[in-house]
Structure formats: structure tokens, C-alpha cells
Design a protein around this ligand. Structure first.
Ligand SMILES: *Cc1c(COP(=O)(O)O)cnc(C)c1O
Length: 469
């Protein structure tokens, strides 16, 4: 299995070569040269498998340059009962109105990003060790991604993490989650500024190519192919658990921001998993819903991006979207390059002539929710089923409800647990969201964080002193 770029300017390379890179050298995103497909017989043979066994079967289709036994060991370590708080790793829970939750948030940070990050942590360490290399991960976070990366990379050989967060702007729960990590290779840097200031410092340091090369700076952002590959697994898992016969269709509803999660669903469907619809749910930041409704992709500015009660979906542009448009444009790398050149010039692009295909060929439909929709949905689901859902998952449930069809299971991806967003839960149902037993003493744990003024030079000095080299 080899990988090339959506824009055509990269010689095919194996998985381990693209693992540690961000963008492809031509500015595009890496994708398989040929997507594997899975036959109905093969799918049936996977029914008895546990989650890690299934993950191994799916990931080996994409990772052919790591010996099979080693890959199996990595997958077993990533998806173990020590890491995930459920015997099945990904439980399914029936909801109201014919919907079912796909429980992707049983990992250490209570959000679906653990599903991909835990595998990423294992495979990073493996490849770095094999190549006798080291890497210093530099990132900025407003909450979920940074903590998922820290929990996946804590204690790993040859890896240090420098995670910038805006001082005093995360929830107490999110702060405690990140800052209570005592591992020496994890560095929490609380910056006296907002998230965009943190992001600017990261861009400035990563843009200094001498500094970047000297300290081997890397990133674990949502365009990383290993994360997408690991996410494909749970679409297969959801289908296997929700169906009982070959070819039976299911639909998936996905709370979306950067288009990483639902891209994995699209790829699973292209691999011939029997998926009827992919229901894309956004909040008030509806860049993607607008695209699927009109065919026009119009990213927003930071000022036009709303701060909502499903904050992990507050995006202005969808960083993984190019991989879907690549398929939409019949994998024509020249047209993808032209489309992104038009985006750079005009701030938007128009594929409205292809809009009829979005649903008929690719199964995509989309919808949005407001804060009031999420609060109402959390309350209704709780009253009708006794299950509490978080505001992101509520975005998914609200939009999914419009697309439920008799005889087609509707799996809504649970992207976070309600404990992470206690104030919205309180507003909706007037009770405190239950905190998993292993986190009840979180607030009392000692915290380890370095406060820094909003100055890239200070971060540069800190990295120079603490980097693994
Ligand atoms: C990251 C995140 C999302 C959005 O996922 P994308 O892959 O960016 O579309 C949704 N919900 C939660 C809780 C998240 O952390």
C-alpha cells in the first residue's frame, strides 16, 4: 500500500514515511494510491472479532510496511481494557426514535479523539524507535485535541510534547485533565492569551525552518493519515454490531468540525461497507452544511466563527475536506489543485454543478443545530431513554432524527461524554453529569504547568531547554 498527494506532486511512499509528516510536499493531503475494498464474505468473517482484532484486520490493509505481528501488538496495546473504560472498547447503546449511539468516548479523555490518538501514540513510538529518530510535538489546544495527544504520547520513548493552551480559558475539567499529567515528556505551557495567540506562536516556530529541523518539530493534527485510518475501523465495528445479515444497510450521523471523523465514514463506504447515508451535523458554524446544501465551500474568518456550546465543532475551515473533494473530482489531481488555487484567490469555490451527486453517489446529507436545539435534544433523549448525551453528540442526534428510516439502523457517533460539558447538561436537565469513577479525584490531583507570557521567544527557549534530541 502506497500513498500519494491529492494534488499529484508527490512520489508514492509507504505508510511509515508519511506517518510523521503534515501536509504533502505540494501542499495537498496524503491518500492511498488505491483504496482497498472489502467483500461481503470478508465482512461476514469479521463478525466474531473483538475490537482490537477487527482494528488489526482493517489497519493491515493500509499499513503493509510494518510486520504483521508487530502491527498486531501495537493495535492490542492501543485498544486495551487498561486504556478504554468498557469491555467492548466501543459499546452500542439504543436511543429513542430508532437511533443507536456508537460509544466512541470510553478513552482516557472522554472524547472520540482517543480512538485515533491511542493508535497514533503506539505507531509513532514504534516507527521512531525502528528508525532511531526522535520527535518534539508542538501544538496548540483549546481543549480536546491537546489532551488526547498528551494521553496518547505520555511516557513514550523518543517523543516530547509541548502543548500550548490559553491561560484560564479552558474548563476546570479540561485544565485538570491536561495539567495533572506528571510524565516528564509532557510539557503544558499556559500562555497569557487566547487560543489564536497560541496557534500563532506554533505557526511562527514551525515556520522557522532552521529551528524546526534542529529540534525535529512535528505535529499530531487532524490531517494525519494514521488518525483517519484508525477511525475507519469503528465504522466497520458499528456496521458489524448493528446488522445481522450480509448487505444490510446502516446510516451514520456524525457531529463534524474538521471533517476528519466523517471522512473516515466516507472511506469505509468507498471500501464497500454497506452504508446508506452519512448524515453530517454541524452547529452554528455551518461551513460544511452549507457546502452539502449548495455546493459552495466558503470558509469563514476567525471573527465570523461563533463560540458555541459544542466548542470542538467551532471551526472556520475543514482541514480534511480536500480528501473528499479529491473523490468528488474523480481523483483528478489537476482539478483538485485548481480548486484549491481558486480557494486561495477568491476565498471560496463553487462545485454546485456536482451537488446532485453528494447524496446520490456518496450518501451525504447535512443539517445544523442551535444551542436551543442541543439543550432540547439532551433533555428529550434523557426523558425518553434515561441516557445523557453531550452537546456535540446532541448536534448529531438532532440532525439524525430527520433521516431515520424504517429498517435502516441509524448510528449516531458519540463524540464526547457529558461529564466534559457539565454546565450545558445542567442547563438541559438540572442534574450533574456523572463523572467516570477513574476521574472522580481529578480536581484534587497536583497540576504540572508552566505559565508563560504571550511571547514566541519564551516558548522557543523553553523548547530548546527541554526538547528530546
Ligand atoms: C473533534 C471533535 C469533533 C469534530 O470532529 P472532526 O473530525 O473535526 O469533524 C466533534 N465532537 C467532539 C467532541 C470533538 O472533540
Amino acid at each position: 500500500m502506497m500513498y500519494h498527494s491529492t494534488r499529484g506532486g508527490m512520489e508514492p511512499r509507504p505508510f511509515s514515511d508519511i506517518l510523521l509528516e503534515g501536509l504533502a510536499p505540494d501542499g495537498g493531503l496524503t491518500i492511498p494510491v488505491t483504496l482497498p475494498t472489502v467483500s461481503a464474505d470478508q465482512l461476514e468473517s469479521w463478525r466474531p472479532l473483538s475490537y482490537p482484532q477487527l482494528a488489526y484486520q482493517v489497519l493491515r490493509l493500509f499499513i503493509t510496511d510494518i510486520p504483521a505481528q508487530d502491527l498486531e501488538t501495537l493495535v492490542n496495546a492501543a485498544y486495551s481494557r487498561d486504556v478504554f473504560d468498557d469491555d467492548s472498547i466501543v459499546p452500542l447503546k439504543p436511543l429513542n426514535q430508532g437511533m443507536t449511539l456508537l460509544g466512541l468516548s470510553q478513552g482516557p479523555t472522554l472524547a472520540f479523539k482517543d480512538m485515533a490518538m491511542q493508535f497514533l501514540g503506539q505507531v509513532f513510538e514504534y516507527v521512531l524507535t525502528a528508525r532511531n529518530e526522535k520527535i518534539n510535538i508542538l501544538g496548540a489546544t483549546s481543549g480536546d485535541t491537546g489532551s488526547a495527544a498528551e494521553y496518547a504520547l505520555r511516557g513514550k520513548q523518543g517523543i516530547a510534547v509541548f502543548m500550548l493552551s490559553p491561560q484560564g480559558r479552558m474548563s476546570a475539567f479540561q485544565r485538570a485533565q491536561m495539567y495533572s499529567l506528571q510524565d516528564e515528556n509532557i510539557h503544558n505551557l499556559a500562555i497569557d492569551g487566547v487560543f489564536d495567540d497560541c496557534q500563532d506562536i506554533v505557526k511562527q516556530l514551525a515556520g522557522d525552518l532552521d529551528f524546526k529541523a534542529k529540534y525535529r518539530l512535528g505535529a499530531v493534527n487532524s490531517i494525519n493519515w494514521a488518525r483517519i485510518a484508525a477511525q475507519i475501523v469503528y465504522y466497520f465495528w458499528g456496521w458489524l454490531r448493528a446488522t445481522s445479515r450480509p448487505g444490510q444497510e446502516v446510516s451514520f450521523a456524525v457531529p463534524s468540525g474538521n471533517f476528519g471523523n466523517i471522512l473516515a465514514g466516507h472511506l469505509a463506504r468507498q471500501m464497500k461497507l454497506p452504508v446508506r447515508r452519512l448524515v453530517l451535523a454541524t452547529n452554528e458554524n455551518n461551513v460544511l452544511e452549507e457546502f452539502f446544501r449548495t455546493g459552495v465551500y466558503r470558509p469563514r474568518s476567525a471573527e465570523q466563527t461563533h463560540a458555541t456550546s459544542s466548542p470542538s465543532m467551532d471551526i472556520s475551515r475543514a482541514s480534511n475536506f480536500e480528501r473528499f473533494v479529491f473523490d468528488l473530482l474523480d481523483q483528478d489531481t489537476r482539478r483538485v489543485s485548481e480548486t484549491w488555487a481558486a480557494l486561495a484567490t477568491h476565498g471560496e469555490f463553487d462545485l454546485s454543478h456536482l451537488q446532485p451527486l453528494f447524496e446520490s453517489r456518496y450518501g451525504f446529507v447535512a443539517g445544523t443545530s442551535t444551542h436551543q436545539d442541543r439543550v432540547d435534544t439532551i433533555r428529550t433523549v434523557y426523558q425518553e431513554t434515561g441516557t445523557l448525551i453531550d452537546p456535540h453528540t446532541a448536534d448529531g442526534v438532532k440532525v439524525a432524527a430527520q433521516y431515520v428510516e424504517a429498517g435502516v439502523p441509524m448510528l449516531v457517533l458519540e463524540t464526547a461524554l457529558p461529564a466534559k460539558f457539565a454546565d450545558v447538561i445542567h442547563e438541559a436537565v438540572g442534574i450533574d453529569a456523572p463523572v467516570p469513577a477513574h476521574l472522580r479525584d481529578l480536581a484534587e490531583r497536583p497540576q504540572r504547568v508552566t505559565n508563560l507570557a504571550c511571547d514566541a521567544e519564551l516558548v522557543r527557549q523553553y523548547i530548546a531547554q527541554h526538547a528530546v534530541t
